[in-house]
Write a protein that binds this ligand. Sequence first.
Ligand code: BGC
Length: 481
Amino acid sequence: MNAIAASAIVRPKTTAIFTCALAALAGLMFGLDIGVISGATQFIQKEFQISDHMIEWIVSSMMLGAAIGALGAGWMSAALGRKRSLILAGVLFVIGSLLSGGAWSPQTLIAARVILGLAIGVATFTAPLYLAEVAPENTRGAMISLYQLMITIGILVAFLSNTAFSYSGNWRWMLGIIAIPGVLFLLGLFLLPDSPRWLMMRGRKQEATAVLQKLRGDADHVAREVADIEEQLKTPQRGWHLFLQNPNFRRSVGLGVLLQLMQQFTGMNVVMYYAPRIFQDMGYATTAQMWFTAVVGLTNVLATFIAIGLVDRLGRKPILYAGFSVMAIGLGLVGAMMHLGIATHAEQLFTVAMLLLFIVGFAMSAGPLIWTLCSEVQPLKGRDFGIGCSTVTNWVANMIVGATFLTLLNSVGNAATFWLYAALNGVFLLITFWLIPETKNVTLEQIERNLMAGKPLREIGHEASAAAHGFSRPATEDTAA
Ligand code: BGC
């Protein structure tokens, strides 16, 4: 059995960390996919002699595939299980990256990127779901932040490899080389146990208990968690039915969708896809553009550690307040500099610094925390469906942002474009205050009880006192909604 295979390799106490680290490698693939295209486009454009519009298609086709992948991933992760879904994603990833590198026409490249997108869509749905299901509640936030850390490392690696290959202009290597981490990811996946919650859903209680025993190590804790999950599984509705029948579930689905819209419309991916172009607008030449892009990637990685360190201590909301404020200020000032004109070296550097400030704001907050919140707020019976909706939203919004940036620049100008995103970050600050719950140190079961009891969204993370100490409280008649 998988759990036994995993325990043969690592000691029980480290199994949970090992499991989460491996699952978080899914984030690496996500990041490679996001980062890899920014450095390649100018060379692709030269080789195939294609328009900006076609480039926009090549960039966005991956997000289209990802939206479709995320759409099917809910069904898949319920039917096949989380682990096998991740394996399928790994296979598609390797095929997609090899085909991208070998593409013989813009159309093949688009098709290859759709395949890559499918892989990432499935992985971005399944990995956070899996992490939320295997991580104990007192480290859940940090574990999911680890997933985000892997995304940022993937982006950085892609930026660095782009920079290295930019000297020869070999875009085929830029796109193809990511098959190597894809293969490593696939190999690692075979060591993962199945999600205990998924096993329980399939009536495989004994295996679920065995996996939890390896993950938690404490028999009492395991018994409580199994009882909690069992209690929740008594509710016979799920997914789409639950959505139609239960207004409380519709609220949590709406919340997940809103959270992902907020994450994407911060404007982060404008920088991820078009950083070299933005540095060009600041007056930098090609080599400097590529190296500054790598600095953006590095900043993104480093600032993610702020979130990892603070998320389970300060909570989600204070970090989101800080993040949206920093992003609004950073982009507002980038816009102001572009409006005033960047003439001197000092002005150039100041503008770069403000762009990096924006990256810090995102990486320390919305980057990891939105994924965390999205996997925490959905009730178990509808978790697949709920996270599916929010993940699809992430990719659709991502596509809109990626496909409109150049058009926005050309129509309203670069200053107004950055101000628009700065203003949106200001709006998200207010939305966080009004609507977003604090979920720090509360069990998923408690969040679900609050949601189903009809509490306002911003209060669904209010904890039962025992949960504050990191223990799951067994569901009783009066607490189970
Ligand atoms: C977002 C991606 C983004 C990345 C940047 C993720 O959380 O979902 O769209 O590119 O962070 O680090």
